[in-house]
Design a protein. Sequence first.
Length: 312
Amino acid sequence: MKEEFDFYNRANLKSYNLDESMRYQLSMLDTLDPFTRKHCENVANITCRLCEYMHLKTDFVVYCTTCAYLHDIGKLFIPSRILQKNGPLTDEEYEIMKTHTTIGYKMCMEDPKLRPYCAGTIYHHEALNGTGYPKGLTKKDIPIEGQIIRVADEFDAIVSKRQYKSHIGITDTLKLLIQEAQPTVPMSVALKSMEENTKIGKLNPKVVKKLFKVVIDDINYEISCIFEYTNYLDTQIKRLETISNYNFKRETAKKESKKEYFEACMKSMFEKGEDFRNYKFVLEEYRTAYLKRKEIIDNLFDEIKTIKKLRV
């Protein structure tokens, strides 16, 4: 049995029996590079679950999720030297990168099938306090779908950059989003509206709170996956310990018939690749793996406790 854990497995889009039109819209992702496509899928998955935790209507969940799928479609026209650059962008490169919002919006508006979902492209980098782009809108002018997608987008961007293999340490990412939801003093906002905007941050705190629940769900899923694997390891350990016990009896048996009997028992319990020479090594590997997984489970439970203490 091979241990498998997909970081985003629990975030898979629920089956809404997508019609032919929606399949066309989502097929647009095929034109993106693999990294951007995966990011769009992750953001859509998170967006879907955020909407559900916010108890939004099913039709809106489908709409908002589709918007999220398409949110970065404008990156199709961003030069690969910028899109795939390792390291920080220059000011000039950053200005070019920012155009993916308006490019994506134009793409959607020019295609009747994509037009209903243009909000994802144009609003996902706007900030509630007016410091976002491309228009520098404030909370009252940013639709809720844009606010939700922004939280999902930032979360996945950080997670992808840090290349998490497990949710251990994910609290640090959530703390960064909490900071983004805290009040700031935006330098680019007009003085007449500054007083109002200093009371809010970049991200919608209500959406960030729902993200905590999404992440806790994912951690519980990861724990269940590891529990399943530890059960497998426990079974293998007990089998190999039985073999080891048979070997002790074989070595201490006085009658040759007994030795042959215990040897036959051992052979019947060996699995592929195991034999008399290596089964003890395999047993120790399983024991080490078991203890390691138990430690991970403990750390994940601690992670949940920490997340539950977070406040936005």
